[in-house]
Design a protein around this ligand. Sequence first.
Ligand code: DQA
Length: 147
Amino acid sequence: MEILLLNGPNLNMLGKREPQTYGHLTLDAIVDNLSALATEAGARLQHFQSNAEHALIDRIHAAIDNVDAIIINPGAFTHTSIALRDALLSVNIPFIEVHLSNVHAREPFRHHSYLSDVAAGVILGLGALGYQLALTAALNLYQSNHP
Ligand code: DQA
């Protein structure tokens, strides 16, 4: 099973960026941990981070024939990007939306997501643990679709 982990803008700054909101772990540490967990479960994790909307869209398109599930933290594009929503719908790959912070406990402009209603599930407010929970969910989703 192939899982694609996507991280959007400013998530390359994890560890340095507002640690009171996003925690102290770097993105590399999160990805290394998740790759190890995926390998243990017999899956493979691909990772891509970009600060550019078009680069994320291109990466989603490239996943069409070789990815079974997507885990995505779209960063601020969550609240702005119809294009990212359309890209995810265009490849028809189930995806799980992850946010480190509880966006509903923050500014009103973070309360709306252009992705949540078409996501297989949404995990938020649990810090880096959210990525692990999303990985478990992606594995379960795949297993129930491939009995
Ligand atoms: C975020 C929440 C977004 O509102 C914010 O723009 C981010 C990170 C999160 O992981 O909590 O960049 O997606």
